[in-house]
Design a protein around this ligand. Structure first.
Ligand code: NAD
Length: 356
């Protein structure tokens, strides 16, 4: 039996509801594949502000650093919107990513056949869409200094070093090697010096990956192409801000933000979390879609533990649940046979895994 220590951060809003379902599914997978998961729970975000007065207590960071992976729900909510910027729930997440050295955010965006009608885009445009957005996560505008808001003037700094670009480019090319062997670098090199450096460095890295084609695209064009012809993309490589926006756009192509997982890797310990936030508008109602969270647990099995068979087992069970017509409310107007609660979807996925 293999043993893994998982740092669990449920967070705020729908976080606890969806993490509970991911743990339910993980426990079933553990039984099936002879794995042992030891969950250690920590507070972060609003829940940590309420108890410790700060969004990332040192014991949470330590717990994460001493684990094999972090399973993370979501943080934030209106209750903490007015606290100072450095104490906001989101600043805890930025610090956690930085503290773990998780510089690469992998966000798959693929269209489930069963939900092709869920998208606002025509089904024939969506056929074959399977994109991996590789977003730089610990640099750029979100971290650059100096930054300041004055009364009638404010500024931020977008800054990247060649090393930061090189290491994320390698992640993207290695991902492409396991996929359709194409990387599209998305930037704004016609305006930004940082983008010009990205082009230079990524072109050099590309020489080490001759089997992978490199294409470069301006971000304004890329955001348009994602809607016009999304199947042209395989791996999208981009910096922090552009990646934040494009990955949400890619998620809507797929139907619902409640379906898409992510992995933040590159450092000692990776963070596995859905791409959506804490959805305070639906928290506590039992209607949140837990699939993005459950698929994040599958990514954890794949990338952190190299338990590929267990990861695929979860992904197949998710597909079967969707095929059977079980849907949470957010995707209920597309081929739904039964509208399910958060907990029911987790149980259906878990039962399929157990029965196989
Ligand atoms: P959000 O992703 O929480 O919600 C956007 C919309 O999508 C809402 O209508 C919500 O109900 C819906 N939605 C999201 N996840 C869903 C799910 N699993 N099932 C069904 N519907 C779902 O984004 P927001 O409303 O802009 O932000 C809410 C809070 O979350 C804010 O405090 C924000 O700062 C925070 N946030 C946290 C993270 C994170 O923890 N990684 C990411 C983004 C936003």
């Amino acid at each position: 039996m293999k043993h893994y220590k998982i740092c669990v951060i449920k967070g705020d809003g729908i976080g606890p509801e969806i993490v509970d379902e991911a743990i339910k599914v993980l426990d079933t997978v553990a039984n099936k594949f002879d794995l042992d998961f030891n969950y250690e729970h920590y507070l972060m975000g609003g829940a940590a502000i309420d108890v410790f007065g700060e969004p990332l207590p040192s014991e949470t960071l330590e717990g994460a650093l001493n684990s094999d992976a972090v399973l993370f729900g979501a943080i934030g909510g209106p209750k903490w919107d007015d606290v100072e910027r450095h104490l906001r729930p989101e600043s805890g997440l930025l610090k956690l990513r930085k503290g773990l050295g998780a510089f690469a955010n992998l966000r798959p965006a693929l269209v489930f056949d069963e939900l092709v009608e869920a998208s606002t885009i025509k089904p024939d445009v969506l056929k074959g869409v399977d994109i991996m957005v590789v977003r730089e996560l610990t640099g750029g505008l979100y971290f650059g200094e100096p930054r300041e808001k004055q009364i009638d003037k404010a500024y931020n700094t977008m800054i990247y070093t060649s090393d930061e670009i090189r290491r994320i480019a390698k992640v993207a090319f290695e991902a492409a090697q396991k996929r359709d062997k194409k990387v599209t670098l998305v930037d704004k090199a016609n305006v930004l010096e940082t983008s010009q450096l990205w082009r230079e460095v990524v072109s050099l890295v590309a020489k080490d990956y001759e089997d992978v084609a490199l294409e470069m695209m301006y971000v304004d064009n890329a955001s348009m192409q994602l809607v016009r012809n999304p199947s042209q993309f395989d791996v999208i490589l981009t910096e922090n801000l552009f990646g934040d926006i494009l990955s949400d756009e890619a998620s809507m192509i797929c139907g619902s933000i409640g379906l898409l997982p992510s992995a933040s890797i590159g450092g000692k310990v990776g963070i596995y979390e859905p791409i959506h936030g804490s959805a305070p508008d639906i928290a506590g109602q039992g209607i949140a879609n837990p699939i993005a969270m459950i698929l994040s647990a599958a990514m954890m099995l794949r990338y952190a533990f190299e338990e590929e068979a267990a990861a695929q087992c979860i992904e197949n069970a998710v597909k079967k649940v969707l095929k059977s017509g079980y849907r949470t409310k957010d995707i209920s107007n597309f081929g739904a046979k039964e509208i399910c609660s958060t907990e029911e979807i987790g149980t259906h996925i878990s039962n399929i895994i157990a029965d196989e």
